[in-house]
Write a protein that binds this ligand. Structure first.
Ligand SMILES: NC(=O)c1ccc[n+]([C@@H]2O[C@H](COP(=O)([O-])OP(=O)(O)OC[C@H]3O[C@@H](n4cnc5c(N)ncnc54)[C@H](O)[C@@H]3O)[C@@H](O)[C@H]2O)c1
Length: 335
């Protein structure tokens, strides 16, 4: 099946991440057509269409949806607009790959889940870490002979991030831990630091208990002296150590080590990969297109992100009481 793709939002991340990934996929797969892109800023939309090879550019989303018979759309607008834009696309029955977070609140997310369910529209949330080759290597090891995970430590450390709401970045760490854990969370407590200026920008530590005795600690630090992101994950006699991003940020190389009984059993380095592949942007797009073409549900769906969004919202609202997340593991989606 040919897939006519439209992009909504041609800003920063669409430009250095999704645009190159879309152009690479279209050049490798002749079934992919970059049909149209749309931005409220006309110059930006038209420059984007030229840079990445879209057939047409629009400034009005509804006009694009009226004119183009899209088979799939990427929603790449800023987080405060994501839920309202996705809510305009789903009733057109166009499958959506949407940037994280899938709504700013659990209420916004649940509204989208209901809409997608009502209209039978496949959705995938662009939690790119899940499609990073390094994380996929980790997942494969965990699905192999790794013993049950006892604990996960995850750090998301940034330098001089003064975003008024850092929770929309911190959700990456929450989702990565959910992906590595491979099982739902049960309860969580957040301890807040005081380095931030805005309510959502403070440093924080999230303590999570999950099913089958899992415990996880997530350290969020937006104002440290370096950029670093990684995890340590332990089972009896087995450990995985992953450095996703190091000093130098997105262009640094990542490394995964698998240790058994204090001996290095396997290591993986991602320094040969182009940016969009290393960061999972290409992988998530290819997986989304494949799922839409095959008529199956891509992953993670909106409904799989309820616990992550609830924790993101609690970070922003500085909720320090223990949070029972068990009900949120249930999908609202009847499909
Ligand atoms: N996965 C990651 O590592 C990562 C990194 C950065 C950003 N992001 C995500 O990417 C998304 C975009 O972030 P950004 O920094 O590129 O934002 P941005 O503000 O640079 O770009 C957003 C664009 O959307 C356009 N837009 C807004 N409403 C629109 C509408 N109704 N119709 C058409 N265009 C519209 C704006 O004009 C703007 O050009 C966010 O959801 C963010 O969370 C993800």
């Amino acid at each position: 099946m040919d897939l006519r793709i439209g992009v909504i939002g041609c800003g920063g991340f669409a430009g250095y991440a999704h645009g190159p990934a879309l152009a690479a996929l279209a050049s490798r797969d002749r079934g992919i057509t970059l049909a149209a892109c749309c931005d409220l800023d006309g110059a930006r939309a038209s420059e984007y269409s030229q840079d990445f090879g879209f057939a047409r550019a629009y400034t009005n989303l509804d006009e694009m949806l009226d004119q183009e018979s899209l088979d799939a759309a990427l929603v790449l607008v800023a987080p405060r607009h994501t839920a309202s834009v996705v809510a305009r696309v789903i009733p057109r029955r166009v499958p959506v790959l949407l940037e994280k977070p899938p709504g700013l609140t659990l209420g916004e997310l649940d509204h989208l889940i209901q809409l997608a369910d009502e209209h039978g529209v496949p959705t995938q949330v662009a939690f790119n870490r899940r499609y990073m080759p390094l994380l996929r290597e980790a997942r494969a090891i965990l699905d192999g002979d790794f013993p049950p995970i006892m604990e996960i430590h995850y750090e998301l450390i940034r330098f001089d991030r003064r975003d008024p709401d850092f929770s929309t970045t911190a959700i990456h760490a929450i989702d990565a831990v959910r992906f590595l854990a491979g099982r739902p969370f049960q309860v969580a407590t957040i301890r807040f630091g005081d380095s931030g200026e805005g309510s959502g920008s403070a440093d924080a530590t999230i303590f999570i208990e999950g099913e089958d005795g899992l415990s996880a600690i997530i350290q969020i630090q937006p104002r440290a002296g370096l950029v670093s992101e990684g995890f340590r994950l332990h089972g009896v006699g087995a450990s995985l150590v992953g450095q996703i991003v190091g000093p130098g940020g997105a262009h640094s190389s990542g490394r995964l080590e698998y240790w058994r009984d204090d001996a290095l059993k396997y290591s993986y380095q991602d320094d040969q990969l182009p940016f969009v592949e290393k960061h999972g942007i290409y992988g998530e797009l290819a997986a989304f297109c494949e799922a839409v073409t095959a008529g199956v549900q891509p992953s993670p769906t909106l409904a799989e992100c309820r616990q992550q969004v609830a924790l993101m919202q609690a970070l922003r609202e500085r909720v320090s009481r223990p949070l029972d997340l068990r009900d949120l593991a249930e999908s609202l989606c009847s499909a």
